[in-house]
Design a protein around this ligand. Structure first.
Ligand code: PLP
Length: 428
């Protein structure tokens, strides 16, 4: 390694042997990283093109207060999202507090009592269980007389087309398709597969609204689910599309009707998109969206780098070292608590904020085991920033994601390797 690199890595606590192992691993990832860079290049230009075509101007970066009437920056940002995702309209607001809120909004505003929601890809993300009422909760869809049915993926991860055909009935009004595996152990769906599924469903019943939970998937591929027939795509701005700069927010992009329903639900019937002050937040929304393609690429490189290192150490990694990626989440199975804890300590020690604290397992509300979390983020809870967590129970999986820049993701992963090595949990 160059003298300068040697010095800075040493100063950050990376030994020569860990650094060199990293370099050796990266040698074989060159071609894959090139593909990721090409993808980022395309997506970067897609975002830039949308900003130019929509005449984003300096005035768009100013905010409004109060009711937020005539907030041109807010309205234009929504056009930019719609242009990038090739949808008729979009709702992109700081008043949408998180991904779960965006999804709840999309569901509740487009379903009516007596309708049925179908998930053809198995159990949805944890927090949606209470939105839907799978676990009883105040204000759930179930309380409003909206029923739910679910068809699981088959053993090998493929769609249960026959099961889906049987599940669709005269009440089925909407399907929810989760792109990312989230924290489940099924494969993440590629945009192509989502397209196949939507086509199958629309062939059976054309007026079903197909919504895709796009969390963690934005800009991972060149196309989005809205390019292959999704009526609505929904996500969080403290994940990929916020580019690390958005401090809050969510989006719904899709058919005009669907977005309009969501806007009336978010604010009020009659008011819809016309109100909702952007305050001073638009520069971060615009700039974050502008940076999102390359930030997502950095996170993807980090996930692939870690999968390759840890698979070589003999751990089960999911996705594995060589398979294609359709989201930014990586999991590693340590088999014992020491590995999971050391990994999280490594990630924390690499953080720009709170690097000096040691993460510890704690009894997090709603979980049946202790959970350990590592995050030293500029935006609290942001998971496009380098972060890791996992429950302290067998098989001791860590889930990690993010990295605003590739050099930072790389350092974070080297820090985890160093931590496991120093504790004698791996041999180099
Ligand atoms: C993160 C996530 C959500 C929920 O988003 P929050 O911002 O945490 O509420 C929903 N679905 C998937 C697949 C996610 O990854």
């Amino acid at each position: 390694m160059s003298i300068l690199n040697e010095t800075i890595y040493k100063e950050l606590g990376i030994s020569k042997e860990v650094y060199e192992l990293g370099e050796k691993t990266l040698e074989r990832l060159k071609e894959r990283f090139e593909v990721i860079d090409q993808n980022a290049e395309y997506n970067q230009l897609k975002v830039l093109n949308a900003m130019q075509k929509n005449n984003v101007s300096e005035a768009c970066l100013l905010g409004t207060t109060g009711y937020g009437y005539s907030d041109i920056g807010r309205d234009k940002l929504e056009q930019v999202y719609a242009s990038v995702f090739h949808t008729e309209d979009a709702l992109v607001r700081p008043q949408i507090t998180c991904g779960t809120h965006a999804l709840a909004l999309a569901l509740m505003s487009n379903l009516r009592p007596g309708d049925e929601l179908l998930s053809p890809v198995g159990k949805p993300y944890d927090t949606l269980e209470e939105v839907i009422g799978i676990r009883p909760s105040k204000g759930s869809l179930a309380e409003y007389g909206i029923t739910y049915s679910q068809v699981d993926l088959l053993e090998d991860g493929s769609f249960d087309f026959e099961g889906i055909r049987k599940a669709i009935n005269s009440k089925t009004r909407m399907v929810t398709i989760q792109r990312s595996k989230g924290y489940a152990t099924r494969p993440t769906l590629s945009v192509e597969r989502i397209g196949e599924l939507i086509k199958f469903i629309k062939d059976i019943k054309p007026d079903i609204i197909c919504m895709v939970d796009n969390c963690y998937g934005e800009f991972v591929q060149k196309e989005e689910p809205s390019d292959v027939g999704a009526d609505m795509i929904v996500g969080s701005l403290i994940k990929n599309p916020g580019g690390g700069l958005a401090p809050i927010g969510g989006y719904i992009a899709g058919k005009k009707d669907c977005v309009e329903n969501a806007a009336y639900r978010l604010t009020s019937p009659g008011l819809g998109k016309e109100v909702g002050a952007s305050l001073g937040i638009l520069p971060q929304f615009y700039q974050g969206f502008f940076l999102a393609p390359t930030v997502t690429a950095s996170a993807l490189k980090g996930a692939i780098f870690a999968a390759n290192l840890y698979q070589d150490f003999g751990f089960d990694v999911f996705p594995n070292a060589t398979e294609d990626r359709f989201d930014i989440i990586q999991s590693i199975t340590f088999g014992k608590p020491e590995g999971l804890i050391a990994f999280c300590e490594g990630i924390q020690a690499a953080a720009p904020v709170d690097s000096f604290v040691a993460p510890e397992p704690w009894d997090m509300p709603g979980y049946d085991a202790q959970v350990i979390m590592a995050a030293g983020a500029f935006v609290s809870g942001s998971s496009i920033e380098l972060s890791a967590d996992g429950p302290l129970k067998a098989p001791y999986n860590v889930y990690f994601q993010g990295g605003l820049t590739w050099p930072h993701a790389k350092l974070g992963i080297l820090k985890t390797v160093q931590a496991l090595h120093d504790k004698g949990l791996i041999k180099i």
